[in-house]
Design a protein around this ligand. Structure first.
Ligand SMILES: Cc1ncc(COP(=O)(O)O)c(C=O)c1O
Length: 447
């Protein structure tokens, strides 16, 4: 940790002990923080004062190349010079009240900008909120409010958040759901997990058995569907890009029953797929797009882009920290940099390089069953033997450990037996080469 930050901490908390080792801090974190999703047996404590570009450091000064982008939050990497510069300039403004009860200009401009880059020429509205789950809940409440229906379609696997209505739509791991009452009626259908197609089909030849199953389910369970909520690239479930033909079929089903189509792009949106929104790869116009993670440039910020009207009356939905002007301006700065620096094109090019490199590594290994992804949202699936396609969770965990602890690759899992590659949108060709070299070595080390 740099000296200035250490002095600041000592000034803010007189008498504070600041040990240098990760181990000591992990003991303190274990004591002080509630159990959430920390994986303390894998990751050392991050030095929050040092990251730069794709590089992160632990307290001991070890350097790692990051392929998590802070789990999709740091779209431009750490300490992007352009963002720092805009941040300085934005701080010159008077920071006014959040914009949910009073009008402030930045939120209106950001809403106009998001509506303009969302697919479709219809009139759109934007609701600002503070997390991915809440962006999904904004869509759910809008659909209940405007359609007077409360039955939803969601998939398995699917991750839409851990609170209220969003948890009711989630079906990713039982640990998220056990004993918590579910707040919505959900018709659950299998997601097109094509590598492990639940209907035993091959993606190129299939007759969309998964969509047929959904059609049947609706007939059995209720056609009064308010909305179909799905991830165009299922993220937590294992980075599963939905085939375009499936997404187009979902649009048809939604239209047949008068439901809204909600594209949850909390992880996959805002340029990560190489287009602004990953649903654009299917040429489908959704009724709602949910965005979060990268949108707030490191701050808790999210948006739901929906149709007009989104709510039937004032006060049907609101949230105190709707669109703080500081964050809205920062978000506009990030959109500007993505366009100015041609980052959507960079994502498409780096994606080809990453996927082809991962396939080469797969060719020389028996433990990688599948390589898949769209844009810079990619994954490898770890198996015991490629022929048997038997998922191997222990081996995935060993590989994850080796990547982080032995090869300086800051990476996270996805699904039960996958590792996910989610580097920043401005990652360079040379940095992708480093990532591939480190990952290849970790694979050799493991299996
Ligand atoms: C697709 C998707 N939707 C919703 C969420 C929930 O976001 P949050 O944790 O900000 O509530 C996530 C989080 O990972 C996500 O990946």
């Amino acid at each position: 940790m740099d000296r200035e930050s250490e002095e600041l901490l000592k000034e803010l908390c007189p008498g504070l002990e600041i040990p240098k080792s990760s181990k000591a801090w992990i003991t303190r974190s274990n004591k002080a923080l509630a159990k959430t999703t920390h994986t303390r047996d894998v990751y050392p404590v991050v030095d929050h004062t040092r990251g730069e570009g794709p590089w992160v450091y632990d307290l001991q000064g070890n350097q790692y190349i990051d392929v998590t982008a802070g789990v999709g939050v740091r779209a431009l990497g750490f300490r992007h010079p352009g963002i720092i510069d805009y941040e300085r300039r934005i701080q010159e403004f008077i920071r006014e009240v959040p914009g949910q009860d009073f009008d402030v200009i930045p939120q209106t401009i950001l809403a106009e900008r998001l509506a303009a880059i969302a697919p479709g020429t219809h009139e759109k509205k934007v609701f600002f909120t503070t997390s991915g789950g809440r962006a999904v809940e904004a869509a759910v409440k809008s659909l209940i409010d405007t359609k007077h229906r409360h039955r939803f379609v969601a998939f398995r696997p699917a991750f839409h958040g851990r609170t209220g209505y969003s948890l009711a739509l989630t079906a990713s791991k039982h640990v998220h759901k056990d004993f918590y009452p579910q707040g919505l009626d959900v018709v659950r259908s299998p997601y097109p997990y094509c590598y492990r197609c639940p209907f035993g089909q091959k993606e190129e030849e299939c007759d969309l058995e998964c969509a047929r199953y959904l059609r049947d389910s609706i007939q059995y369970e209720g056609t009064d569907i308010a909305g179909i909520v799905f991830e165009p690239i299922c993220g937590e479930g294992g980075i599963l890009p939905a085939p375009g033909k499936f997404v187009r079929e979902l649009r048809k089903i939604a239209d047949e029953v008068g439901a809204g189509l909600v594209s949850d792009e909390v992880q996959a949106g805002l340029g990560r797929s190489g287009l602004w929104w990953s649903i654009e790869h299917s040429n489908v116009v959704p009724d709602y797009i949910c965005s979060a993670k990268a949108l707030g440039v490191g701050f808790a910020f999210a948006a739901c882009i929906g149709p007009a009207p989104m709510y039937t009356d004032w006060g049907r939905h609101s949230e105190t920290f709707g669109a703080e002007p500081y964050v809205a301006l920062l978000s506009l700065a990030q959109l500007h940099i993505i366009v100015r620096d041609g980052l959507l094109e960079n994502v498409r090019n780096r994606s080809k390089q990453l996927l082809s490199g991962l396939r080469d590594i797969q060719g020389g290994s028996r433990i990688i069953g599948d390589v898949r992804g769209l844009g810079l949202m990619c994954a490898v699936e770890i198996v015991s033997s490629r022929d048997k396609m038997k998922e191997n969770i222990d081996l995935r965990n060993t590989l994850l450990n080796n990547c982080v602890k032995k090869h300086g690759l800051w990476i996270i899992g996805a699904g039960r037996n996958c590792l996910r590659f989610l580097p920043s949108l401005n990652i360079t060709a040379e940095q992708i080469d480093i990532i591939l070299e480190r990952f290849g070595n970790a694979v050799k080390d493991t299996g």
